[in-house]
Design a protein around this ligand. Structure first.
Ligand SMILES: [Zn+2]
Length: 570
């Protein structure tokens, strides 16, 4: 059986993500996972929370919680919201897991043995009051450029000028407010990515089928300026994975942790180990080790464009540099940004719709359909409430929902809630089947290529075919003269419902399940052959008229939501 390993970029732990984050990795990854499962392939779909680093520490402090406790709580919150959107992860792990500690330390040890780690002494700001080194963003002061008094050591939020901590006037610790700061010498480990530039270049060059968005970003980082730079992989923090060389201590690195960018992608692998340890699987190495069965796995990653450098360069450098037979990614699907109503989503200003808010006003299928059919693939795209309303009302309510409602109600009124037996199919049904077979082939081709907008457009066209057929066959008119022919049209149309459900399930899983349940269809196999797919409801089988599948969004609702999520401009 074909096997597909799918990972979504792992969301950072601090807070609930907005719809732009959702459509930039987790949601399209879920679409692809559901599609591949539908096609009968063996799928392992993994995601996790990214839990280390300074923002987690700051968020925990703000919440008055211990950082480990904070991360456990926020992981549960994110897992519940993911479930609300029907994200079908086989496991939703945590980068702070024991499995990730061991693997990250293992990789660092292997890289050191391969001569790919260097030790570098740096001068960094130390806070005596806090008893710790302060990363740039932990240092606040007055901006020398604009006078803003809460500028950070890396950048002034007010005038956007890039800063060094030493540029700040009256610098102080962002943690305690203490001004008792000094510059101290500290030692860090660097991954010598620059020495792997040729190897990485050759590997990227071999990926001729990757999206231009992915390869162009990778090439820019490899070749612009002085080329690929070495990167620090350690930090002077308490919260993180302790620096070790495999299982051994690393002399001179006591009290330091790995930098979050180094351990986060390794969680893709550790997450598979978590999946096994959670009792959900029995062998994770057959997905990840090419010497243990993973040589025939297809590995696809999903991410926003900001994550491309880490996934095309740094993580492959870690894997290749280890000299061990780990599975490398086969295809990277990257996304541009989704903007919000003429601007950007903003967490700090509460601007835009966040995942929990979205679920509080509408079922997940409405969001899934609109977001996926407007996925920011070739350029940034924009969420507007008008466009969202139009997409939901036209595609879901008027096309798919209306078709299901109209034919089931018609059948109930003329033949009862049972698939009618009389009459034969004519050239009209044969033509619809031929058209559907061609459209099905196109739909599958777009899904295989992960061309999400094109796949959504094709699926919609498949729904439209059914509506057009029903409109032109008009069983309500035919019934008066030829009830047997009307019965055949009705039987054919009713059979389109489970067919549509199976094709649509990757986009709108809840509605698809409701359609299958209403029709009493238990055959969930992918309908490769249209004629076979349209014969799954035998004459005489009972069904129930389903509840309204999709309610229309009214102008009043649209206006209310538009105002509610406009945010507070600062
Ligand atoms: Zn400034």
């Amino acid at each position: 059986m074909e096997r597909v390993l799918i990972t979504s970029a792992i969301p950072y732990i601090n807070g609930i993500k907005h719809l732009g984050n959702l459509v930039g990795s987790q949601l399209p990854a879920d679409l692809f996972a559901r599609y591949n499962r539908g096609r009968g392939r063996e799928v392992l779909f993994l995601c996790a929370t990214d839990e280390h680093g300074t923002p987690a520490e700051l968020a925990a402090a703000k919440a008055g919680m211990d950082v480990a406790e904070y991360c456990a709580k926020m992981h549960a919150v994110q897992a519940e919201i993911a479930q609300g959107f029907r994200l079908s992860f086989d496991h939703f792990g945590r980068s702070s897991s024991l499995q990730n500690h061991e693997l990250t330390q293992h990789f660092a040890g292997r890289l050191a043995e391969a001569g790919l780690i260097s030790e570098v002494s740096e001068r960094q700001v130390y806070s005596n009051a806090d008893g710790r080194f302060l990363p740039d963003r932990y240092i606040e002061g007055t901006c020398p450029n604009c006078g803003y008094d809460k500028a950070r050591g890396d950048q002034c939020e007010n005038c956007t000028k890039q800063l060094d901590p030493t540029d700040l006037i009256d610098p102080r610790s962002a943690i305690s407010g203490s001004t008792d700061l000094e510059v101290r010498e500290t030692k860090h480990l660097y991954l010598r990515q620059s020495s792997m530039r040729d190897q990485l270049n050759a590997w990227i060059d071999s990926k001729t089928d990757w999206p231009i968005l992915t390869t162009s970003i990778a090439k820019k980082w490899l070749n612009d300026g002085d080329g690929l730079q070495d990167r620090g992989i350690t930090r002077d923090l308490d919260w993180g994975i302790p620096v070790k060389k495999g299982k051994d201590e690393w002399p001179g690195m006591e009290g330091k942790v790995f930098y979050v960018w180094f351990d986060a992608p390794i969680e893709y692998i550790a997450c598979a180990a978590e999946w096994v340890d959670a009792g959900k699987g029995d062998d994770w190495e057959r997905w990840w080790r090419t010497d243990k069965g993973a040589q025939d796995v297809r590995y696809v990653q999903f991410m926003g464009k900001d994550n491309v450098p880490f996934h095309t360069l740094s993580f492959p450098a870690t894997i290749l540099g280890s000299g061990e037979p780990w599975k490398l990614v086969d295809y990277i699907k990257s996304f541009n940004y989704l903007n919000y109503d003429g601007g950007q989503f903003s967490t700090s200003q509460g601007r835009g719709v966040f995942m929990d808010q979205a679920l509080s006003i509408l079922p997940s299928d409405y969001w899934r359909w609109w977001l996926l059919s407007h996925a920011p693939e070739t350029s940034d795209s924009e969420f507007t409430w008008e466009n969202f309303q139009a997409g939901v009302n036209k595609d879901l309510a008027d096309v798919l929902g209306n078709f299901v409602s109209r034919i089931t109600k018609f059948c109930r009124s003329k033949f009862g809630e049972v698939i009618p037996e009389a009459g034969d199919y004519s050239a009209q049904e044969a033509q619809v089947m031929a058209d559907l077979q061609a459209r099905l082939a196109a739909y599958q081709a777009h899904m295989e290529a992960i061309e999400i907008r094109k796949a959504a457009a094709e699926l919609r066209a498949i729904w439209v075919l059914g509506n057009e057929y029903l409109q032109s066959a008009a069983p309500w008119t035919v019934f008066k003269e030829d009830p047997d022919r009307a019965a055949a049209i009705t039987r054919f149309s009713l059979n389109l419902i489970p067919f549509y459900a199976l094709l649509s399930a990757p986009f709108i899983p809840d509605a698809a399940q409701a359609m299958l349940d209403a029709m009493g269809c238990k055959d969930y196999a992918w309908p490769e052959d249209v004629a076979e797919g349209l014969s799954r409801l035998p004459a005489g089988q009972g069904f129930t008229v389903p509840e309204v599948l999709f309610a229309k969004i009214s102008d009043g609702q649209r206006e209310e939501w538009q105002a509610r999520f406009a945010g507070v401009r600062s």
